[in-house]
Write a protein that binds this ligand. Structure first.
Ligand code: DLL
Length: 444
């Protein structure tokens, strides 16, 4: 295969060439694409046009990359308010794929792709895998969930485009994951970092030493993790653990990834323009300062996103990376500026749980969410106050209410929660904003 060499004399996959563009060239590509994107959104998305008109800003006012700051932010509730297809900039006949992610209420948010969008997505995933040293000939076990979640199909198409062999095993069934990893000789695995820790434990139970397997890279993301987790994963499994970042609203996995230096995540800036803002004021912050990541898509057709507030807290690393890539890096993400939880890789808002509770008669609007990690798998317990009548009723009735709540929660968030019914007035009331979530998960 054709390869070229970067400054550090490491072979570079040809698909990674845009990672190494000289800054002026990269900026020129970004500006051109920004113009096209803003024009497209303005002409085709009434919501965006209205926001621009409110500020008396026209697409022609965007003359430099810094002018992006003149554009309005987009937030998750904009996707909710235009549900399901209101932000699409392509007619349905040009849309080849829909995915969805959690909204803040009972309804999900919907994202769309044209064939060109799928091709861009695959190309950034190829660059992601290549940055982790994967190539044609690798066997990639894809344990991200297939379905509406972007993880499964995003990694799948990228791995195929790389020329690797994909095992589309999806999430769950740990014994089978380990059997296949061993029998098929997987050289890489894609899943959430916490699930991989669970697999390490399960392999031990099955008497299999992961270090004796051909696994060399783990592409871990979709949830926050820590350096301590990385050290543990690498020591116990012998693979190199890479952090991959992305979100449905922007494309899915492949917005950014670590390279061999494992020192921050390179953002594929030729497709996604990053800014860091102060989440309170919305003011743009310089590189090196921590704040909320805001992303603008530069090539998306079906659903261009203008200044999307990710709510993820990070910073742009000002120094260049030893790998020679010119695209900038962000620090790993370990906080959010909203109350979204990520449970087994699934995004969950307390407000979704609230909607589910309110649909069951006899529950009071007082509840508490407790998160724990057992055998490295996230568990969620929801304690709910119910009326005195229900509490004093027969055990059978209580059990039926509990099951109804459990069912309502599962059908809203897609995860089974342990539900505990408690007497009225037992959940601590707070003075200000209610503190609904107690997160007891250990991140080591
Ligand atoms: O989680 C896409 C993805 C799939 C990324 C597989 C990586 C691997 P959503 O379900 O829309 O998309 O969730 C996006 O998850 O805003 C972050 O809060 C969080 N997140 C994603 N990757 C990371 C990461 C996918 N590496 C939300 N570290 C984002 C920390 C992450 N948080």
């Amino acid at each position: 295969m054709l390869e070229f060499w970067n400054d550090t004399n490491n072979p570079v996959h040809p698909a990674s060439a845009p990672d190494f563009l000289p800054a002026p060239q990269l900026k020129a590509v970004q500006l051109h694409r920004l113009h096209v994107t803003v024009q497209r959104a303005y002409e085709r998305v009434p919501h965006f046009k209205a926001r621009m008109d409110e500020r008396s800003t026209k697409p022609a006012d965007i003359r430099t990359l810094e002018d992006v700051q003149r554009l309005p932010f987009t937030v998750k509730t904009d996707l909710r308010d235009t549900y399901p297809f209101g932000l699409f900039a392509s007619p349905l006949q040009d849309i080849v794929r829909l995915h969805a992610s959690s909204g803040t209420t009972g309804k999900p948010i919907v994202v769309a792709y044209t064939q060109a969008d799928i091709d861009v997505w695959s190309s950034v995933m190829v660059r992601s895998f290549a940055a982790c040293g994967l190539r044609r000939g690798d066997i990639i076990q894809n344990a991200y969930g297939y379905g509406l979640f972007t993880g499964g199909l995003g990694a799948h198409y990228g791995a195929e485009a790389l020329g690797a062999t994909v095992i589309p095993i999806s999430g769950g069934n740990s014994d089978r994951q380990i059997m296949i990893m061993k029998d098929f000789g997987s050289t890489a695995i894609c899943c959430t970092p916490s699930y991989f820790l669970h697999l390490i434990e399960q392999a031990q139970v099955m008497g299999i030493d992961m270090k004796s397997l051909p696994l060399k890279a783990g592409i871990f993301g979709a949830e926050p993790w820590t350096e301590a987790m990385r050290k543990r994963i690498e020591a116990e499994s012998g693979l190199k653990a890479y952090d991959i970042y992305g979100l449905s609203e922007i494309i899915g996995p492949g917005v950014g990834i670590e390279c061999a230096c494992q020192a921050g995540l390179h953002i594929f800036e030729d497709h996604f323009l990053p800014e860091i803002i102060n989440p309170e004021t919305g003011k743009v912050l310089p590189d090196g300062e921590e704040g909320e990541l805001v992303l603008t898509t530069l090539s998306k057709q079906a659903m261009p996103m203008i200044r999307y507030r990710t709510r993820d807290i990070t910073l742009i690393i000002p120094e260049s990376c030893a790998c020679g890539r010119t695209i900038r890096r962000i620090r790993r993400i370990n906080a959010r500026s909203d109350d979204m939880m990520i449970i087994r890789g699934v995004n969950v808002f307390p407000s979704q749980i609230e909607v589910a509770l309110l649909s069951v008669e006899g529950t009071l609007p007082h509840y508490q969410i407790i998160l724990t990690r057992e055998k490295n798998l996230d568990q969620i317990e929801v304690q709910v106050e119910v009326t005195r009548e229900i509490m004093s009723d027969q055990v059978k009735r209580l059990e039926s209410v509990r099951q109804k709540i459990s069912h309502a929660i599962e059908s809203t968030i897609g995860i089974r929660a342990r539900v505990t019914l408690v007497e009225p007035n037992t959940i601590q009331r707070s003075q200000g904003k209610a503190k609904r979530v107690t997160d007891n998960r250990r991140m080591t």
